[in-house]
Design a protein around this ligand. Structure first.
Ligand SMILES: Nc1ncnc2c1ncn2[C@@H]1O[C@H](COP(=O)(O)OP(=O)(O)OP(=O)(O)O)[C@@H](O)[C@H]1O
Length: 278
């Protein structure tokens, strides 16, 4: 399902945080939402999930305005995995993930075998099958991250939003999470993930949306969007975009401090746009 954002605006405390965002996020694709700290990535995900109300503009999923849907209907379509998700520390992991089934259950209908099977599947896919009987309050940051993703998966959404889904995860678990999201997108799910690692965005995303100060700076396929010039403009960091020696995907090689200053402009291949713009 395609997600269309039109002139989306959001302000708090007299500050405009999302400033007229126009974007089309393709269906059946993984979109990486990138941008510096405070750019508005989490806020935009909250607006899409209708956790916050916009101060203007429209958000539509396959032409259906998300803000006008009944809460329960929206919860069947849209799931948000975020670390700050409030989970009762007393619950077992399996019980917490089962809460993802709530929008699909009737008011008096208990969870059935299919719901429990979906929970087990979501836990296994998130690399958390072994945690099912543990208590939420006893989990590490990375374990908790896997649980929030599992809960969102158990919700069986059409649109999956993930806020920094690799945060706290070890290297192997990061790849598991990203491969899971990319695989779900290949299977037809619309996935939007806020990511900080530009090389991971380039490796896994089909589409990249770059935000800065609440505005869209660039959008499109990773290879077109993630240029050295963009990285410099948005992050003030020197970078070169090279081909990953194993996957062939773009690899954003960044250099900071003395290393960046010592490198001569001659070392930058032509056409990468690595020379900082004035
Ligand atoms: N409820 C709020 N009231 C006031 N300001 C807010 C509120 N929520 C977010 N902000 C501000 O909005 C801006 C965008 O925040 P947001 O969390 O969306 O950024 P982000 O791109 O997700 O950042 P990060 O990469 O640090 O997670 C920040 O300057 C933040 O301080």
């Amino acid at each position: 399902m395609t997600l269309d954002l039109e002139r989306v605006r959001f302000a708090r405390g007299g500050r405009t945080i999302i400033d007229g965002v126009d974007a089309t996020l393709p269906g059946g694709a993984l979109t990486a939402l990138i941008g510096p700290n405070g750019a508005g990535k989490s806020t935009l995900l909250h607006l899409i999930a209708a956790i916050e109300r916009t101060d203007g503009g429209e958000l539509a999923l396959d032409g259906r305005e998300l803000g006008r849907m009944r809460r329960r209907d929206r919860a069947r379509l849209v799931a948000l995995a975020e670390q700050q998700a409030e989970l009762d520390p007393q619950l077992t992991v399996a019980a917490a993930v089962l809460l993802g089934r709530t929008p699909h259950l009737g008011a008096f209908a208990p969870a059935g075998p299919r719901d429990h099977a979906l929970v087990a599947h979501a836990l296994a896919a998130s690399g958390a099958g072994h945690l099912a009987e543990r208590q939420i309050g006893q989990l590490s940051g990375g374990e908790r991250q896997r649980i929030t993703l599992a809960r969102a998966l158990a919700q069986e959404p059409e649109l999956l939003l993930a806020d920094e889904p690799t945060n706290h995860l070890d290297l192997s678990a990061q790849l598991v999470a990203l491969e899971l999201l990319a695989g779900l997108a290949r299977g037809g799910l619309t996935v939007v993930a806020a990511l900080h690692d530009l090389s991971q965005a380039a490796a896994y995303a089909d589409h990249v949306l770059v935000l800065a100060e609440g505005r869209v700076i660039a959008a499109g396929p990773p290879r077109e969007v993630l240029t050295a010039r963009l990285v410099h403009e948005v992050y003030g960091v020197r970078a070169e975009i090279i081909d990953h020696p194993i996957t062939g995907r773009p690899l954003v090689a960044v250099a900071g401090g003395a290393a960046a200053e010592a490198a001569t402009p001659d070392a930058v291949p032509a056409g990468t746009g690595s020379t900082p713009s004035a």
